[in-house]
Design a protein around this ligand. Sequence first.
Ligand SMILES: NC(=O)c1ccc[n+]([C@@H]2O[C@H](COP(=O)([O-])OP(=O)(O)OC[C@H]3O[C@@H](n4cnc5c(N)ncnc54)[C@H](OP(=O)(O)O)[C@@H]3O)[C@@H](O)[C@H]2O)c1
Length: 264
Amino acid sequence: MKLGFIGCGNMACAMMGGIIKNQVLSAEEIIASNLGRAPLERAQRELGIKTAQDNREVVRQAEIVVLAVKPQVYETVIREVAETVRPEQVIVTIAPGKTLNWLTETFGKPVKLVRTMPNTPALVGEGITAVCANESVTAKELEEVCRLLRGFGRTEVIPEHLMDVVVSVSGSSPAYVFLFIEAMADAAVADGMPRKQAYEFAAQAVLGSAKMVLESGKHPGELKDMVCSPGGTTIEAVRVLEAKGFRSSVIEAMKACTHKAKSM
Ligand SMILES: NC(=O)c1ccc[n+]([C@@H]2O[C@H](COP(=O)([O-])OP(=O)(O)OC[C@H]3O[C@@H](n4cnc5c(N)ncnc54)[C@H](OP(=O)(O)O)[C@@H]3O)[C@@H](O)[C@H]2O)c1
């Protein structure tokens, strides 16, 4: 099995790293190309993958090809490789806003397409990737792509109309969580805690809380209530967060993110 990546930036490296670390594929089974040589040389050095001089070479050698370039580069790359794509090949996309219809039109021919939205926690094997496919992709092929994606986290097959929402709730959301962790750590530093320790406390609290939501099956509101003792410290913090519009800030930010994803 040969997996190809066109574009060898942050997301491609996170995906490749997970796939290799979890022995879903060996490094020799992965080939990548990139515009500049530096990211490619780094990936070759750090991950041991094979590299190609140009994007068409990746398409020639791989059975499944991931288009791991920025959304604005998709059209250029697709036009460059379209002729080389074989009918039995599966193309995996990871860009927001690039619909299956748009992709088919841009390739200008029938292509097996799997549209996905991963996120950077893939780097530590804790990603979640949403997946949808066009009708040319068989159940077996879709499962094969999901097997690769599970190399760096969970996968969920979803209807395509939810893909823009996924951009906001998982593709981009690590950035909001990092902001939240940084803000909590800043507050702890302001109250005298050393910065390194503050990041550890804040990050571990987020990690543990996320695990509680996933593993207890309890409603997040119920878990919040469990921390808020009557007349206690936590409800004071919750009161101020509500007064400052914490919840609606998150909702409005995510709606802006989804709106942007739809327009890309
Ligand atoms: N980062 C995330 O959290 C995240 C999450 C979900 C989805 N995504 C999606 O993943 C895709 C990649 O994002 P990223 O964050 O990995 O971006 P990135 O780090 O900028 O990587 C993109 C890579 O594509 C290369 N490239 C540009 N033009 C090319 C071309 N014509 N042919 C081959 N390679 C080319 C760039 O090389 P040069 O640097 O040499 O130009 C760069 O190394 C995007 O569509 C993004 O929306 C990202």
